[in-house]
Design a protein. Structure first.
Length: 180
C-alpha cells in the first residue's frame, strides 16, 4: 500500500477519502422561533403533550390547555397516574406543535418548568370557563372523557362550582424550532 505524505502527516489512501467525506458533510440546524412566534403558536393551538418525570421512564400524555395572560393552564382529574406523578415531582416538559399534513411547514415549542395548583378562585373560574368555551367551539364532546366527564354531560359540565383541579405552568426554559 502506497503512503501519501502531506505536511508532516502520513495518510493512507483510505484515510484521505474518509477525511474528504467528512469535510463535505454539513450539519443543518432548524431555525429558532423568536418570542412572538412562540407565543403565537401557543395561542393558536389547544392541545399539547406533557412529559412527567416517572420512576423508570418518562410518562407522556396529551392535554387540552388554555393560554390566558401569557400563562398556560391545564385541568387535571383528581385520579390516575398523572396526578400521582405531579404530587411527587411537579417538573414537566410541555410540547406544542403545528404542522401541515405533508410536513412542508412545521414548528414546535418545548417548554420546561413546573406546574402549580391554582388556588385563587377568580383565576380558577376564568380558566375553567375558558376550557369549557373552547371545548364547545372547537372540540368534540368525545374529548370530555379526557376531563373525566361523559360526553352526554356536555362541555357545561366543566364549571367552577365543581371541585376541578386547575394547574398553571411556569416555564423555566423554552425553545421553539421551525421549518426552514
Amino acid at each position: 500500500m502506497k503512503l501519501v505524505s502531506h505536511k508532516t502527516q502520513v495518510f493512507r489512501p483510505t484515510q484521505l477519502i474518509a477525511e474528504q467525506s467528512v469535510r463535505i458533510l454539513t450539519i443543518f440546524k432548524l431555525p429558532r422561533m423568536n418570542k412572538q412566534e412562540i407565543q403565537s403558536l401557543i395561542r393558536e393551538q389547544m392541545l399539547c403533550r406533557i412529559a412527567f418525570k416517572a420512576a423508570e421512564y418518562p410518562y407522556i400524555a396529551p392535554f387540552q390547555y388554555v393560554y390566558i395572560n401569557d400563562s398556560i393552564y391545564f385541568h387535571f382529574t383528581d385520579y390516575g397516574r398523572k396526578k400521582k406523578l405531579i404530587e411527587t415531582d411537579n417538573r414537566v416538559c410541555v410540547e406544542i406543535e403545528s404542522f401541515r399534513p405533508d410536513m412542508s411547514e412545521y414548528n414546535f415549542v418545548v417548554l420546561r418548568g413546573r406546574v402549580k395548583t391554582v388556588t385563587d378562585p377568580v383565576e380558577r373560574a376564568t380558566v375553567i370557563n375558558r376550557i369549557a368555551e373552547d371545548g364547545k367551539e372547537k372540540v368534540s364532546a368525545n374529548f370530555l372523557a379526557a376531563h373525566g366527564f361523559k360526553k352526554e354531560d356536555g362541555w357545561s359540565s366543566l364549571s367552577p362550582e365543581k371541585p376541578l383541579t386547575i394547574l398553571r405552568f411556569e416555564a423555566a426554559e423554552e425553545i421553539g424550532l421551525k421549518s426552514p
